[in-house]
Design a protein around this ligand. Structure first.
Ligand code: BGC
Length: 488
């Protein structure tokens, strides 16, 4: 059959007609365990708000709620040229950003692939590679220029405790990283030492989380954007609070209690105690076999690193029980993480009623022949996993709005899942509607999660600019000296 119309999902109604009863029962079971209904969403948000508060308290909680030492939003008039280095979960990026002074910017950038082995290599390998990329960028773009005066915003998107804007002690690796000798250490001196070994005399002006960068960059072009969020390899959010609402800073800074303070929530760690999120046994398996069990509970149900793996685990389980892929060699599918989240996106996007694209994908990637009923189950499972991720994601944004008493807000969002996963935005918006009981049309929803400006490039440059302004004005950019960690 030749499909000529626009890509649209097949009508769900007729689509299960030929599925045999035993598979229909399995689908019904999966629907049960992967569906998060309105009441559950509301319960998650309620618990989330109290956990955000707990993270700000002196005792602390499992959500780190890290003061990020960004104390004002940009005015839009910032100017200057800055370097930005972005070490996310998959690639490394070096940018040169020129802020134009009129909410505008120019950006030149190079991307470098992070070699697969690096995630579990040594600290020296990591920092040398990062320094090498920065050096090669400078050689390509500034062969003659003395670059030591350039200011660097370093986006290091892992939970770091910050006693000042340019420093950060890695609490723990996330996103599958497992490099010895970095956790518990300040990453700034490690990067600077690696740069010095290559005679690149650049120092870090600001150490930034991607969510804080996303919030600031989004606010630069849209003043209503007051939250930054990432739904990518990892998941997290940032917002502005006031110093007076952060008990754990009491007595440690010279800041006015009324001063705003950006908080890098690190809420991928929400529900590490496993009291509220509806985990399935597949989620438990992912957690237990990950390099950091009992960490990042929220992230492990949402982010791009895990969605494909959840799908794979369910299929493996159904195969072992004899429901699918009868008498087939499924060795290729046995490989952990062999099915990535982009594969799931493609499954959801197959425009054909008989799911022939899914058929081709399984043949070419796993050498598995699928029947049409199996493909229908596979597709329904992808929808369930993608929908659950989007709905649970919305709980973080809703909790931040509830905590700060906002009924209207824009959240700038970035990351591969947000940008590429089909229907992720619509499903997230629908969840917000249910959480807040809105009755209006989607276009009028008062809280919107929308595509962000480039947080780790433009955001990092803006934060470097804001930091320099504060330093020039003699304003604090960290804890009082006596409360700072001694330089390593
Ligand atoms: C990290 C955060 C980061 C998020 C998105 C999480 O795993 O802990 O620092 O913001 O991923 O990149």
């Amino acid at each position: 059959m030749v499909h000529l119309g626009p890509k649209k999902p097949p009508s769900r109604k007729g689509s299960m007609m030929d599925v045999p009863r035993d598979l229909l029962e399995q689908i019904a079971h999966l629907e049960k365990i992967f569906t998060v209904d309105t009441a559950k969403l509301k319960a998650i948000v309620k618990h989330f708000v109290s956990e955000l508060e707990k993270g700000l308290s002196k005792e602390g909680g499992s959500i780190p709620m890290i003061p990020a030492w960004v104390m004002n939003m940009p005015t839009g008039k910032e100017t200057g040229t800055y370097l930005a280095l972005d070490m996310g979960g998959t690639n490394l990026r070096v940018c040169e950003v020129t802020l134009g002074g009129n909410r505008d910017f120019d950006i030149t950038q190079s991307k470098y692939h992070m070699p697969a082995g690096m995630k579990s290599g040594t600290a020296d390998q990591l920092w040398d590679y990062v320094a090498e990329c920065l050096e090669s960028f400078l050689k390509a773009h500034h062969p003659d220029k003395d670059t030591c005066q350039m200011h660097l915003g370093f986006t290091f998107s892992y939970p770091c405790s910050q006693d000042a804007i340019n420093r950060g002690v890695l609490q723990r690796w996330t996103k599958g990283f497992d490099i010895d000798g970095v956790e518990g250490h300040d990453v700034q001196p490690m990067l600077e030492a690696a740069l010095r070994r290559r005679n690149v005399p650049i120092t870090v002006t600001a150490l930034i989380n991607d969510t804080t960068g996303t919030m600031v960059a989004s606010n630069y072009t849209d003043p209503e954007a007051i939250i930054g969020s990432i739904f990518g390899t990892g998941c997290n959010g940032a917002y502005f609070d006031y110093v007076k609402n952060i008990p754990k800073l009491e007595g440690l800074t010279d800041l006015d209690p009324e001063s705003p303070m950006a908080i890098n929530c690190e809420y991928g760690a929400f529900d590490n105690e496993h009291v509220i999120l509806p985990r399935t046994r597949y989620d438990v398996h992912i957690d237990e076999t990950s390099p950091r069990p009992n960490q990042q509970a929220f992230e492990k149900m949402i982010s791009g690193l895990y969605l494909g793996e959840i799908h794979r685990l369910v299929m493996m389980d159904l195969f072992e029980q004899g429901y699918i892929f009868e008498k087939q060699n499924i060795d290729a599918l046995r490989e952990p993480f062999s099915l990535d989240t982009s594969f799931l996106s493609q499954i959801e996007e197959d425009p054909f009623e008989n799911l022939t694209e899914v058929e081709d994908m399984f043949q070419s990637k796993f050498a598995i022949k699928t029947t049409e009923p199996e493909r229908k189950l596979i597709r329904r499972l992808a929808e369930l996993i993608g929908t659950r991720a989007a709905r649970i994601s919305a709980c973080g944004i809703a909790a931040l709005c509830k905590k700060t008493g906002r009924t209207r807000a824009h959240a700038g969002a970035d990351g591969s899942v947000f940008n590429k996963y089909p229907n992720f935005r619509e499903r997230g918006a629908q969840a917000l509607k249910e959480i807040f009981d809105w009755t209006c049309e989607p276009k009028d929803y008062p809280i919107r999660i929308q595509p962000a400006e480039d947080g780790s490039g433009v955001g990092a440059a803006l934060i470097a600019a804001l930091t320099l302004q504060r330093i020039e004005q003699g304003l604090p950019v960290g804890l009082r000296e006596e409360f700072r960690r001694k330089q390593e």
